[in-house]
Design a protein around this ligand. Sequence first.
Ligand code: 13P
Length: 333
Amino acid sequence: MSVKQELLATIADLVQPGKGILAADESAPTIAKRFKAVGVESTEATRREYRSIIFSTPKLGTHVSGVILYEETLEQLSLDDVAIPKLLASQGIVPGIKVDQGKGPLVHSPGDEITYGLDGLGTRLEHYKSMGARFAKWRDVFHISDTLPSFQAIKSNAEVLARYAAVCQSMGIVPIVEPEVLIDGNHSIERAAEVSEDVLLEVFKALHRHRVDLETMVLKPSMVTPGKEAGKASPEQVAEATLSVFRRVVPAAVPGIFFLSGGQTPEESTENLNALNSMGFHPWELSFSYGRALQEPAQKAWAGKLDNADKAQAAMKKRARLNGLARSGSYSP
Ligand code: 13P
């Protein structure tokens, strides 16, 4: 199979009707925060137990086409001693891997951040691919204020995102391109729209500059919403604001836009996705690549006890099924 055929086959598997992606790639500090919220200490053993339970959810593959893993999980065995990528593949789910190495301050641009991880990326991808990963994820973050993000931050982050995507594709790995415009703050939905448009425009310019094949990538953006402290917009307002920005700056060649949940509640993120898919014609598949919004109820149900595995799997199945319905605008609360 040529590299292009390999990429197209992975895209066909990921972008299927009624399905989306489960983002279970929380880094060690992030999963520790999520576990703490449900009274569980994060250790190698608890992470293995929890992730093994949710990935073994019966028929998870009906609504989940891909799972993004963290490096540790890619190398772990399930509770039944099956390699995690193999377990996922047996569910008809494509294993993916988070490859950025976190973020830190962007020098001379106070308040902005830049994502790390380009050095040695090719070598790491080779290893991940040998372990079964067929797609990757890289996350940039953009803070919103009256003055942030700076043009410098937008441009530099777009550049690294595009370089990552180009390396992935050269190795037959589908890149998920994730420019996250953060929900934190008290900005208006109009300000979020303005920043999202600026960011996405620069991201697609950089992707073009680096000759990234738009047909074999997935975009993972934030929905356009008001800041968390500014109150809520209705699902119709979110869908309208999001689609008007995306129509301007996301080329129709991109096969799938898989939104992150970014701090929306599980119910909100399903309602918003449903509204997006109910709003007339759009040239891309609009789906989910949720972390918190898919997993919060399952983590609560598990609460660190193996005896709760059935309850955790039922909670996971429920959110996956409802988001699967929202994929075609067929969800009703
Ligand atoms: P959330 O849906 O919790 O935002 O996580 C998605 C993700 O992968 C962030 O990088």
